[in-house]
Design a protein around this ligand. Structure first.
Ligand code: MSP
Length: 564
């Protein structure tokens, strides 16, 4: 479904592929949950590039810098809001650099281009008569930056006495009465229902169903307040022609997706290939309502197309609760043992399903890194490319089936572990393509790891270290090395969206040219390439450690990497 829609729009119309992350609040340092949203989006854009190398990609991310929450955080840090935002926004950029999140645009809501976009968007809503002034009273959650209907709140008894909280997020709400501008959300019920009928518009299906239920329920569709008194929220964009009012931070934030397209400058939008509507907004389930109800309604009101798809993911939890700064259980990527941090991307995409929460622990990170990256993949790569078994540093050609060596190939192929490996490797690209297309990253990784287990079994059964000792077995050794290196080549091409740095190390080691690392380069294993000229190629020589095992000294909570 996604592929055919994509083919139509990007190949025929030559549209860019536009994928986004939410923009991140700068009131706290990034944690694992934030990194997760970003690596999901990054894996999507990398897969797109891999399968469609000629397509222009727009991958946007950024920081959400306005509102009470940021105002308060800056005051707590004893800094001006702008200085505070500059420093925190940089933390996100540094994080993304470290974890290979290759965005094409990083937008900050305090940038001039964004201010212009938000003010213009406001005027469009106003001109279409979807904004009106009213006295508003209700519960407001500063933490969620959202008004919460009375029916969605409950009383809780805490150490400070009774407080009212949002049922959805558990965050405290305060009673608020103010003069606001309202948006006629209630006018969009039918339009939203119709938008939600589009197949695959919200994935996974669990969240699609939840959104459909919300839209059917009037509690979620009252007219909403889209401004706050500037006297309360001064760190915000002012309502055009009304200095007394600040634009609601969620309206401000959502417009970032248009800012990146060059909106409202039509020439600029054209020069960027008219990327709107976005192909995929990646969002956590906590902000599904804002993206699946408010955002399409705002866009419809402004006579713009609603997003093509929302990809919603569940949460990372720690010690049984959603990881967050306010819950005090936020694990920061920076806190991971340095030797294991390289495996974080792998763990996040390998472990989590989109639909259900996943629990994070450092032990899980280290165990997964050691067993899969260091042992299953890393060891195989070291042994098959290292001097002990491969002293000439070669990717040997398969013997010509009609010449000398054919017998060894035939013998090797007749063994069960060889047959199992070859068969599974042949099927792997198609299987993984399907999983990536359905955003089931964990299934793609799982399929790769299963093939790598088969490759390890094949290696152990064929015992290349014994073949190496007998000159008459040289051809057979070449066959074993060829099949192993071909497995590593194909698996690494497939793993590029998940662990680009680690996959690159293997492909570099095998001296696979940059232009031979696309998806179609892994679709057919060498032994099925009918017209291929098989020739022996060089690989890099010298010691190769892909991922050193991580050892943690429990007493000091320090990690050290020991090689070999
Ligand atoms: N600023 C808003 C988004 C505006 S987009 C127009 C926001 N920011 S956030 O920093 O709180 O969250 C950014 C992303 O991180 C969201 O997708 C959110 O779901 C995700 N996560 C925050 N905590 C998370 C977990 N514990 N687990 C997984 N993702 C989580 O919301």
């Amino acid at each position: 479904m996604r592929i055919s829609a994509r083919l139509l729009s990007s190949v025929v119309q030559r549209r860019p592929f536009y994928v986004t992350t939410p923009i991140f609040y700068v009131n706290a340092a990034p944690h694992i949950g934030h990194l997760y949203t970003a690596v999901v989006a990054d894996a999507i854009q990398r897969f797109e590039k891999l399968t469609n190398p000629d397509c222009k990609i727009i991958f946007s991310t950024g920081t959400d810098e306005h509102g009470t929450k940021i105002q308060q955080a800056a005051a707590r840090a004893n800094q001006s809001p702008q200085d505070y935002c500059d420093a925190m926004s940089k933390e996100y950029r540094d994080l993304f650099k470290e974890f290979h999140v290759e965005y094409t645009d990083f937008v900050r809501t305090t940038e001039e281009r964004h201010l212009r976009a938000v003010k213009h968007f406001w005027k469009e809503l106003k001109d279409q008569d979807y904004i009106y002034k009213a006295k508003y009273s209700g519960w407001y959650s500063v933490n969620d930056e959202a008004f919460v209907p009375e029916a969605h709140t409950r009383e809780e008894v805490t150490d400070d006495g009774k407080v009212r909280v949002s049922v959805e997020s558990g965050n405290k709400v305060e009673w608020t009465e103010e003069n606001n501008y309202m948006f006629r959300l209630s006018a969009f019920k039918t339009h939203l229902k119709n938008w939600l009928k589009t197949d695959g518009v919200v994935q996974p299906a669990k969240f699609h169903n939840q959104l459909q239920e919300m839209v059917a329920d009037d509690v979620y569709l009252p007219d909403i307040s889209v401004s706050r008194p500037a006297s309360r929220v001064h760190w915000a964009i002012r309502v055009p022609d009304d200095e007394e009012q600040s634009i609601y931070v969620w309206l401000d934030a959502l417009v970032n997706y248009l800012t990146v397209c060059g909106y409202p400058d039509d020439e600029l939008m054209k020069s960027r290939g008219r990327p709107w509507p976005a192909d995929v907004h990646v969002v956590g389930k906590d902000i599904m309502k804002f993206h699946g109800i408010y955002w399409p309604a705002f866009l419809m009101a402004a006579r713009r197309a609603a997003p093509r798809a929302l990809l919603v993911h569940a949460h990372w939890t720690a010690r049984g609760a959603k990881m967050s700064k306010s819950a005090g259980n936020a694990a920061r990527p920076r806190d991971a043992p340095p030797a294991a941090a390289r495996a974080l991307r792998y763990l996040l995409l390998r472990e989590a399903t989109l639909a259900d929460d996943a629990n994070y622990s450092e032990t899980k990170l280290i165990n997964t890194a050691n067993s899969e990256l260091a042992d299953t993949l890393g060891n195989l790569a070291s042994r098959s490319t290292g001097a002990a078994l491969n002293p000439r540093a070669e990717f040997p050609a398969l013997p010509d089936p009609h010449a000398a060596g054919a017998a060894q190939l035939a013998r090797c192929r007749s063994l069960q572990p060889t047959q199992a490996l070859m068969r599974e490797l042949e099927l792997l690209p198609e299987i993984c393509h399907k999983h990536y297309t359905n955003y089931q990253f964990y299934k793609a990784v799982d399929a790769v790891i299963r093939v790598l287990h088969l490759a390890n079994l094949f290696f152990e059964t064929l015992k290349p270290w014994e073949l190496k000792k007998k000159p008459e077995c040289q051809k057979e050794l070449d066959v074993v090395l060829h099949i192993t290196l071909e497995t590593l080549r194909i698996c690494s091409i497939i793993l590029q969206p998940i662990v680009p740095d680690i996959a690159k190390m293997v492909l570099d080691r095998l001296l696979i040219p940059e232009n031979a690392r696309n998806w179609n380069d892994c679709e057919v294993p060498s032994w099925n390439l009918k017209d291929a000229v098989h020739e022996t190629k060089k690989i890099q020589s010298g010691k190769f450690v892909l991922f050193p095992r991580v050892y943690v000294d429990k007493g000091e909570r320090k990690a050290s990497a020991k090689t070999g």
